[in-house]
Write a protein that binds this ligand. Sequence first.
Ligand code: PEP
Ligand code: MN
Length: 282
Amino acid sequence: MIQNAKAVPFRLASREECPQDTRVQVGRVTIGDGHVVVMAGPCAVESEEQLLECARAVRRAGAAVLRGGAFKPRTSPYSFQGLGEEGLALLAAARQKSGLPVITEVLDPRQVEQVSRCADILQIGTRNMQNFSLLHEVALAGKPVLLKRGQSATIEEWLCAAEYIMAAGNRQVLLCERGIRGFDPLLRNTLDLSAVAVVKQLTHLPVVVDPSHAVGRARFVPAMARAALAAGADGLLIEVHPCPEKALCDGQQSLTPEAFAALMGQLRALARAMGRDVVTVC
Ligand code: PEP
Ligand code: MN
């Protein structure tokens, strides 16, 4: 068959295909209905105590979803790679104890089934945005997928990656802007907030912003979280650690529970000013 070279590279994800906003259902939480959903927790699951303390703190502050990595994609093979299976079991227990749905990353197509058993949302990390066999496998898992933008991916490449998941039968896709490669060493990445406006127009999928990986420094996270909300994000993904200086991964960008609670207060005020609400799990 001769392919039409002018064909739109993504179709199912496009606003033209579906003018109405997609709503992604995660337990009792809806993402994409105009309310603001905050997902928070540690970069990596480190221990039962660390995860439970974090889960309690973020829930108390008003987060609706608990984040935590069991399998960690690290730049160096000598860095902490996550607790793996043990981390998944801790996430399942924290999910039960806190009542919060859980988002966690899956790195390998062979792990999708195992990770899906405890995850309410499957996270595809920036390094795997174009891992097409992984995209295909998560599509078949029947769980919502949060697709992070590749660190050097154009918006079109990102939407094409979402299209892979949708074309394989899973329409429950969340797009996550987490910063793209910049040139300034003072920041880990450059948060592309213009992408939020563009993607909200080009697609009907909910957009989540991760200010933590974008700026890489805890002190800049609150300003970028507020800016993301103002730009129209449907949700935020924020790293919080009970003791950031002791974190095994990404401590320098993790908020303390106190800083997170203060930020949540600001987000609620900002949401109200925009005629929106921050969703809590009661
Ligand atoms: C994460 O969320 O912990 C993570 C590894 O993010 P990213 O893929 O955006 O680097
Ligand atoms: Mn991290």
